[in-house]
Design a protein around this ligand. Structure first.
Ligand code: HAM
Length: 410
């Protein structure tokens, strides 16, 4: 029997796991600085949690959810995103009393999309949510958090912040009607994918990649024309604040996002170095969503980032710790070897032995693993209570003892 990984899933190991862990480390650090607490939710939930809030006509609900009946005939879904489970958890556990509350979480999400570079069926997301504040400070803060985190992880990458305002829910519903009627006039020219969305989900036509669709979209009515004065003022304030924080923005009037729960501010951090799946982080405001899920009528704002996509932009991680291998020439020198093994670990070096009493094999193993040093322990060393330290980069070697080895390997 040969068992393969399921299409769209992947294993993480080697260099990739170092990058993954670096991201998680920076996420936790940044969360602490910005006052967000971790919230871990189950990987599966009742399907109802996702259907209405994400949009009955959204691609995620229509085509991508992993939904199945368990042995009790209850319909469950592997979470396709983290915002709705976080709200469910905040409501279920009575966490929405002392507002605002700020949560973050990381974990696997599941969407049955067509796999390609940066797009998987099981992938890992970082998620930050702020529940209970309508103040635009919360919008700026959550965008600044994303920017700060990306700068920590990817200091040298060019990442662009796209931003738009969708106005309030009523503006958005009016806009959908206007768009449907506009696209109906071009029914014969639009791609078949877009035609399917004219009456059910016209906003999604705006991010069609089809060339003819793009021409029609260019002349479509713009949402900004419908937005109320006060919502526009808030949007201006947000842009001003981002400017003060020196976060460059690209105003993208076609940015609408794929899930149905958004209103007002929406944003995406994009890179042009990772192919067509170019959005690293996406989010926005979702006033009304907490109420839809059975909670109080509270506003909310947040974002999620794709860990695999961020990893595509990361360089290999070289730990500052030196890698030191051991070459123990015979069983009888093991106790002497343990002294140095223990000493090096306690001094924060990473120490490795291949469990073979063979200098040649230990040396070639250490070279293969790109170790910095090898410590050779044989009869003379045991008698003289010292060790041979060989620098694998320049080939120098020296007899050292525990008192002076740190001078050589720092
Ligand atoms: P989303 O845009 O669907 O938003 O996903 C957020 C990020 O997850 C994307 O920008 C991308 O980096 C990553 N992602 C999505 N699908 C895949 C995939 N199939 N493979 C790899 N990475 C993927 C949300 O999920 C919202 N819940 C974000 C949010 C939080 N809005 C407010 N709060």
């Amino acid at each position: 029997m040969k068992i393969y990984p399921i299409r769209g899933t992947h294993d993480l190991y080697g260099e990739e796991i170092k990058k993954f862990n670096k991201i998680i480390y920076e996420v936790k650090n940044t969360a602490r600085k910005f006052g967000f607490n971790e919230l871990i939710t189950p990987i599966f939930e009742s399907s109802e949690l996702f259907k209405k809030p994400l949009g009955e006509q959204s691609d995620v609900v229509l085509k991508e959810m992993y939904t199945f009946k368990d042995r009790n005939e209850d319909e469950v879904t592997l979470r396709p995103e983290y915002t709705t489970p976080m709200i469910r958890a905040a409501i279920s556990n009575g966490l929405l009393n002392n507002l605002p509350v700020k949560f973050f979480g990381t974990g696997q999400m599941f969407r049955r999309e067509r796999p390609q570079k940066g797009r998987y069926r099981q992938f890992n997301q970082i998620n930050f949510e702020n529940f209970g504040s309508d103040d635009f400070f919360a919008d700026v803060e959550i965008i600044n958090l994303a920017h700060t985190l990306l700068k920590k992880i990817l200091p040298d990458s060019k990442i662009t912040l796209h931003i738009n305002s969708l106005g309030n829910r009523e503006n958005l519903n009016d806009y959908k009607k206007i768009l449907s009627s506009y696209f109906n006039d071009y029914k014969n020219k639009l791609s078949s994918d877009s035609i399917d969305k004219i009456n059910t989900n016209p906003l999604r036509i705006l991010d069609s990649k089809n060339i003819e669709d793009k021409e029609i979209i260019k002349k479509s009515p713009k949402l900004i024309e419908l937005i109320s004065k006060s919502d526009l003022n808030t949007y201006e304030e947000i842009k001003k604040c981002l400017n003060t924080l020196e976060i460059a923005i690209f105003e993208d009037t076609d940015l609408v996002r794929g899930l149905d729960y958004y209103c007002n501010t929406v944003f995406e951090f994009k890179s042009n170095q990772i192919g067509s799946q170019d959005t690293l982080i996406g989010g926005g405001r979702y006033n009304g969503l907490i109420k839809t899920l059975g909670g109080k009528d509270l506003p909310g704002v947040g974002w999620a980032g794709g860990i695999e996509r961020i990893m595509l932009l990361m360089d290999d991680i070289n730990f500052v710790d030196k890698d030191i291998h051991l070459a123990i020439l015979d069983k009888e020198y093991k106790i002497h070897a343990f002294k140095i093994y223990d000493f090096l670990i306690k001094n924060n070096f990473s120490v490795y032995w291949n469990y073979k009493y063979n200098l040649k094999k230990s040396l070639s193993f250490a070279n293969e693993k790109k170790a910095d040093f090898i410590v050779i322990i044989g009869e003379n060393e045991t008698k003289s209570n010292n060790f041979i330290l060989k620098n694998l980069i320049n080939g120098d070697q020296e007899a050292v003892d525990l008192n002076n080895i740190l001078d050589y390997i720092k």
